[in-house]
Every structure is written in structure tokens, then in C-alpha cells.
Design a protein around this ligand. Structure first.
Ligand code: HPA
Length: 244
């Protein structure tokens, strides 16, 4: 059992090397990777690499429902999600850490809900504030403990992927009020809310969004920023888990 989970994204396929749990099968299908549980600061923490390990599952093919169901099944009540994103707001340069407080969902064709008509229950969850303010505060304090800069607040645009956006799409997202753009916060955040699990995103800006940088976006540039950023993210995760 574990009450805290970290969902890792690009660059965090390996976070914990602990005991692997037997939960792999769920009513929504198989988990891509078994859950790992480790002891961090005396707490059992589950780790789930959302793209699989090794990193291979595209954002639109992730079985978000199986992932969230499995985490709940082992007792998880708080999730820190790590996301690599592009920066739209010019103040959010590559390397910046952001805790978004809002999102706009531009994805399509993903299984968005556990309420899919297959059971007798239907609920319309309140999703006005998609991220947990309490968990956000813990992450902010943890970053301060580590003397790391982090931006609190911002709108996360969730796009379908796996391709990056066009420059015109990014202009539109900017007009919509989005600050960062990534591919994985939805339906993850909504499914967590349906299960009443606290959910916060710790996002790392890994590139200026399409059309906003001096150069085209390359995976090499993204990997370079991701590598550096994940060192900071691991430190923040450790400090946050100590505080939870
Ligand atoms: N767009 C969408 N998702 C991303 C980006 C981006 O520019 N960078 C990292 N994930």
C-alpha cells in the first residue's frame, strides 16, 4: 500500500527503484509497467512512469484510467504529477518550473471518465479548480527548502500530440490565456478528481512553444533541458514527500 504517488513523465522514467507491486491488471486493462513502491522519508511512495519504462507510449495512447484505478487500489490519496511542457508565456523560459493552477483541455478521443455508461452510477464532478491547492503549497515550500525557483499558477493547455503544435496553434492557445502546453495533464487530473485523489502538477518548461523560439524545436534541445530539470525535480519531490 502507498498513500502518495509520483506519476513521472518524459525524463522521469526511473525515479524509484523499490519493490514492484503485483497490481498490473485493472478493470480498464493492463498497466504498461508494474507499480513501484519505495520508502521515502519513512513513507511508502508509489511511482508510475506514464509513458512506460522504457519510455514508449504516446500521450494519446496512455491508459489513464488503468493507471489511476491502480493507484487508488493501492491506497493512493495524493498524486504529484511531473510534466514536461512547452512555454507560451514569455516569462516561462526553458528550465522554468511551474505549478499550474488551471488547465484547458484540447484533447480528443481519450477515455475521459470512469463514468462511461457501463455502470449504474453517473456523477458530474466539480472541476472548477483542477489542481490541488494544498499539494501546490507543499511543492512550493519544498522548492523553497531546496532554494529552487518555481512559478506558482498558470494555465496548462493540454494538446493531443504526439506531434508538437503549429505556430498558429500556439498563438491561439496564447489568446486563450494558456501559459504552458503539454500533452498529459488530461484526462489524468479529471480521473484523479473522480476518485477524490488530490492531484498537482509539477511542470518543467523544456522548450519555447512552437514559433516562439529562435530555432525549430529539436528532441536534443528538449532532452538537454529535461536532464538538468529532473535533478531539480527529484530534489523537490524528496522535500515535498518529507513534508506530506
Ligand atoms: N508542446 C506540447 N507538449 C510538450 C511541448 C510542447 O511544446 N514540450 C514538451 N511537451
Amino acid at each position: 500500500m502507498a498513500s502518495i504517488a509520483v506519476i513521472g513523465g518524459t525524463g522521469l522514467s526511473e525515479f524509484l527503484q523499490g519493490e514492484s507491486l503485483a497490481v498490473t491488471s485493472t478493470p480498464y486493462g493492463e498497466l504498461a509497467t508494474p507499480l513501484m513502491v519505495s520508502d521515502i522519508a519513512g513513507k511508502a511512495v508509489a511511482f508510475l512512469p506514464r509513458h512506460g519504462s522504457p519510455h514508449r507510449i504516446p500521450p494519446d495512447r496512455i491508459n489513464y484510467r488503468a493507471n489511476l484505478w491502480a493507484l487508488q487500489a493501492i491506497g493512493v490519496r495524493k498524486i504529484i504529477a511531473v510534466n514536461a511542457v512547452g512555454g507560451i508565456n514569455p516569462e516561462l523560459a526553458a528550465g522554468t518550473l511551474v505549478i499550474p493552477d488551471q488547465l484547458i483541455d484540447y484533447t480528443y478521443g481519450r477515455q475521459q471518465s470512469f463514468y462511461d455508461g457501463s455502470s449504474d452510477r453517473l456523477e458530474h464532478i466539480d472541476f472548477s479548480y483542477p489542481f490541488s491547492n494544498e499539494l501546490g503549497k507543499v511543492l512550493e515550500s519544498a522548492a523553497a527548502d531546496c532554494q529552487l525557483k518555481l512559478t506558482r499558477g498558470g494555465v496548462y493547455a493540454v494538446t493531443q500530440g504526439p506531434r508538437l503544435e503549429t505556430a498558429a496553434e500556439i498563438q491561439r492557445l496564447g489568446r486563450d490565456g494558456c501559459d504552458i502546453v503539454g500533452m498529459t495533464a488530461m484526462p489524468e487530473a479529471a480521473l484523479a478528481r473522480e476518485l477524490e485523489i488530490d492531484y498537482a502538477s509539477l511542470s518543467l518548461v523544456v522548450n519555447p512553444a512552437a514559433g516562439l523560439g529562435d530555432e525549430l524545436i529539436t528532441m536534443e534541445d528538449i532532452h538537454a533541458v529535461t536532464g538538468e530539470g529532473m535533478i531539480a525535480i527529484k530534489a523537490i519531490l524528496q522535500a515535498a514527500i518529507e513534508r506530506l
